[in-house]
Design a protein around this ligand. Structure first.
Ligand SMILES: Cc1cc2nc3c(=O)[nH]c(=O)nc-3n(C[C@H](O)[C@H](O)[C@H](O)COP(=O)(O)OP(=O)(O)OC[C@H]3O[C@@H](n4cnc5c(N)ncnc54)[C@H](O)[C@@H]3O)c2cc1C
Length: 347
């Protein structure tokens, strides 16, 4: 039996098991969406009557839930639902103030921080460029500074990343912040395990910078995966942090065999001074998951942050959970690609 919903006051019938997003798209109503797996929060809408299913509010902030917001891509309505677009997310006009190529594939982009924009390092925002293209990006910067720092992977033909390359001084719209738990919690004595691939380093750097600013006392273990040594684009900053922070260890995992041997340093970067027998900054030719799981960490004690490649993030989450970390202390931010276009409405 189909379910009837009202969207902006007009009735639409959804097929059994169909999500609100898919059902509306099938009938020609275009709600903006991106990953359609409940991660990116692009498809937030608001219920004015009826109760959205709990699954459709997973990962949504308490404030947005309190005003009835939910994710259309995760909502298979269980009863009467009246829905309208969501205008409850902070929306800010800003501009690009700095673009720097950190490696052949990653840009460091700085935006002017809007005065009223409040966030935690590691959360993510939606950027909308002139022309309407919208993409999620994570925040590496600490709140309170004049700029927001993003790390952007360049994709061939990328509608946002290739535009950002030449976007200095351009206006851009920012929405957010999103990401309920991907930031430092107030636990200075709990070990942190931060792991990610490619530009997935951005939110990890945000969490790391917050931890250092807060005077984190417990060990911090950061693992950054890339296919080449050049992909270890923040190695100079990470080595400086390691040199200044006795409780920080950083491992770069590089897949290309000729480029990394155990203990190697990226070219031109001096080795971090260390008193320990094992250097606290190392490049290893070992896949990221193997490197982490071979490390004799007490996973049960750690708070874990995983981000970057979606498939790797999910695999790591499962294996770290099976190695003892409670799921409630594993936070993930899979950098998912855009979902395929929604099929054209049936005629
Ligand atoms: C919550 C969240 C946070 C994110 N944070 C960041 C971040 O901090 N930094 C960052 O660089 N990215 C981040 N991403 C991913 C980012 O939004 C995508 O990289 C973005 O789609 C690329 O946009 P584009 O317009 O350049 O390319 P598009 O025009 O979207 O795509 C161009 C081509 O590249 C492919 N492609 C795009 N994205 C991916 C991908 N992730 N994996 C594989 N192929 C892809 C597309 O399928 C297409 O063929 C995040 C994603 C999510 C869901």
């Amino acid at each position: 039996m189909s379910t009837r919903v009202l969207y902006r006051g007009a009735p639409y019938d959804l097929l059994p098991g169909e999500t609100l997003l898919a059902g509306l798209a099938r009938q020609g109503v275009d709600i903006p969406s991106f990953c359609r797996t409940g991660v990116c929060q692009t498809c937030l809408v608001r219920a004015t009557s009826g109760k959205p299913p709990a699954r459709s509010q997973s990962g949504v902030s308490e404030t947005l839930i309190a005003s009835g917001c939910f994710l259309a891509c995760q909502c298979v309505p269980e009863g009467v639902l009246e829905v309208e677009p969501c205008h409850d997310v902070g929306t800010f006009s800003t501009r690009v103030v700095q673009v720097e190529q950190m490696s052949s594939r990653v840009l460091r982009v700085e935006l002017e921080a809007p005065a009223a924009f409040s966030y935690r390092a590691g959360q993510f925002v939606q950027l909308e460029r002139p022309g309407g293209v919208t993409r999620p990006y994570s925040l590496a910067s600490l709140p309170g500074g004049p700029h927001l720092e993003l790390h952007v992977t360049l994709y061939p033909g990328g509608a946002m990343s290739q535009w950002l390359r030449w976007a200095i001084h351009q206006p851009i719209t920012l929405r957010g912040p999103f990401g309920e738990c991907f930031y430092l919690q107030d636990e200075l004595d709990r070990p942190l395990l931060l792991a990610g691939t490619g530009s997935g380093l951005a939110p990890l750097l945000g969490v790391l910078r917050s931890a250092l600013a807060a005077g984190h006392r417990a060990p911090i273990h950061l693992y950054h995966g890339s296919s080449t040594v050049e992909g270890q684009y923040a190695s100079a900053e990470l080595q400086r942090l390691v040199a200044a922070t006795p409780n920080l260890r950083v491992f770069g995992s590089v897949l290309t065999p000729a480029e990394a041997k155990a203990g190697a340093q990226p070219p031109g970067v001096p080795a971090a001074p260390t008193k320990a027998a094992e250097p606290r900054y190392q490049l290893r030719h070992e896949p990221l998951d193997r490197l982490i799981l071979a490390d004799p960490l007490d996973f049960f004690q750690c708070r874990v942050y995983l981000c970057g490649d979606g498939e790797l993030v999910q695999r790591l989450r499962k294996r770290i959970y099976l190695s003892g970390a409670p799921l409630t202390r594993i936070h993930i931010d899979p950098f998912l690609p855009p979902a395929p276009p929604v099929p054209a409405p049936a005629r």
